[in-house]
Design a protein around this ligand. Sequence first.
Ligand SMILES: *[C@@H]1O[C@H](CO)[C@@H](O)[C@H](O)[C@H]1NC(C)=O
Ligand SMILES: *[C@@H]1O[C@H](CO)[C@@H](O)[C@H](O)[C@H]1NC(C)=O
Ligand SMILES: *[C@@H]1O[C@H](CO)[C@@H](O)[C@H](O)[C@H]1NC(C)=O
Ligand SMILES: *[C@@H]1O[C@H](CO)[C@@H](O)[C@H](O)[C@H]1NC(C)=O
Ligand SMILES: *[C@@H]1O[C@H](CO)[C@@H](O)[C@H](O)[C@H]1NC(C)=O
Ligand SMILES: *[C@@H]1O[C@H](CO)[C@@H](O)[C@H](O)[C@H]1NC(C)=O
Ligand SMILES: [Ca+2]
Length: 460
Amino acid sequence: MRFPLVLMLQALWASVCQTMQHYPAAWGHYDVCKSQVYTDDGLTWDYMACQPEAMDMTKYLKVSVDPPNITCGDPPETYCALENPYMCNNECDAQNEDLAHPPELMFDFEGRNPTTFWQSSSWKKYPKPLLVNITLSWNKTVELTDDIVVTFESGRPEQMVLEKSLDYGKTWQPYQFYATDCLDAFTMEPKTVQDLTQHTLLDIICTEEYSRGYVWKYDKTVRFEIKDRFALFAGPRLHNMASLYGQLDTTKNLRDFFTITDLRVRLLRPATGATMVDENNLSRYFYAISDIKVQGRCKCNLHANSCVFDKEKLNCECEHNTTGPDCGRCKRNYQGRAWSAGSYLPIPKGTANTCIPSNVGPVIRPNVSSLGVANRNQARVCDNELLRCQNGGVCLNNLRCQCTSAFTGLLCEKPRCESELGGCGGPDSGQTALSPASLPTLLLVLLLGSTLFREVSYWP
Ligand SMILES: *[C@@H]1O[C@H](CO)[C@@H](O)[C@H](O)[C@H]1NC(C)=O
Ligand SMILES: *[C@@H]1O[C@H](CO)[C@@H](O)[C@H](O)[C@H]1NC(C)=O
Ligand SMILES: *[C@@H]1O[C@H](CO)[C@@H](O)[C@H](O)[C@H]1NC(C)=O
Ligand SMILES: *[C@@H]1O[C@H](CO)[C@@H](O)[C@H](O)[C@H]1NC(C)=O
Ligand SMILES: *[C@@H]1O[C@H](CO)[C@@H](O)[C@H](O)[C@H]1NC(C)=O
Ligand SMILES: *[C@@H]1O[C@H](CO)[C@@H](O)[C@H](O)[C@H]1NC(C)=O
Ligand SMILES: [Ca+2]
């Protein structure tokens, strides 16, 4: 009875291993920067291209609204509904928390009723244009992974521009123009994202899709379509991300297109709902935004799989001996070759392009005794965080693990039974090579195994 069970477990183990290897390829996530592998020389690291998970980027931005006093409520104002000038029950008072509409309300948790929103003062100075800039800054390069969605509560604007910056707000480029009449507003032919092809993906278009007049009550959103653009390479439903990643890898312009440090919504003309602006009642015209969605990931040049918000700022947690906010350079003493970004290719693990120790030129060795601090130019073998000595071993000067007598190996991970005769024995000895991380997997295999075994034993 026991023998088939062992065989079965082995088969399961193999298939679980295969599955786990397979998943990153299917997902194209690049979520691991390194993994421990066994070679003839013992335990070593295998380095891979890696990137942080995509997340809700609105939690980490700074927002500014220009001109600064354009937010409503100072002095208090009463607004009428766009579609009904006799319905004037929208009050804004910056001093009253219940009636104030500050910019933060564009980023709070939605799903409450009534919705919360930022609101501008009304178009009192008509026909002078009512111009507002809403600027979102991350002070960090970010790669967009999903559509930007702006939700308007007072009718979508008749003219607006979405702009981006890649240099922390020094220079700005348009992302997309929006208007009820593109020719009239921007002298551009109206287009939609469906008109774009692989060759024109980087074209900046003006669209009338999100500015249509009276149906506004049911359609409040204005989008910048990231996913439709991805789909030009990755196919509908983005099933072929590998193709997109391959393309991103080889085309800097394409990569930069989806990369930002800041976004700006330029509101140029509010919804008027009709051909004529009612000059006698300008309290009907204003901007109100309840939500802005921005999904993305920190750009870490494929050298980090985690990005942390610390001291009001996002920072990549760089691996591969790189450093800097975007892992954009090699660490000191690891400048043995020029820095380069990791690569998505070959699919699925990519290439880490790690920085290597500097060993060219004269090396100034610190004047320390042989038992002093580790030589800075030497590679770290162990430390007390990631490269822990195992099984009671102690890390000596980051240079080697001093193992207890029963264990050996770079990190004391191997029982001494392999070298000493009559060692550990027993059928378990093969499993000692498992790293702690694979223990849950082993448990899973055992669980799966026992379930299967029960079923198998019912067979005649
Ligand atoms: C909005 O930003 C643009 C540059 O992107 C600038 O030219 C314009 O003056 C700004 N408008 C306001 C109202 O701040
Ligand atoms: C905003 O401030 C400017 C300059 O301080 C002033 O001219 C303008 O009237 C103010 N606008 C509002 C709506 O308070
Ligand atoms: C706008 O029109 C409504 C209805 O005529 C009126 O109640 C309201 O006071 C008007 N608002 C202004 C600012 O004239
Ligand atoms: C942006 O981040 C850098 C650190 O990377 C910091 O020195 C600088 O003050 C930040 N700028 C702003 C506007 O927060
Ligand atoms: C840094 O470089 C050394 C030498 O190549 C290597 O042993 C070490 O694993 C690297 N560390 C990381 C985190 O990549
Ligand atoms: C380095 O060692 C030499 C000889 O051992 C000694 O003369 C010198 O003072 C030391 N320098 C420093 C900075 O400790
Ligand atoms: Ca809101």
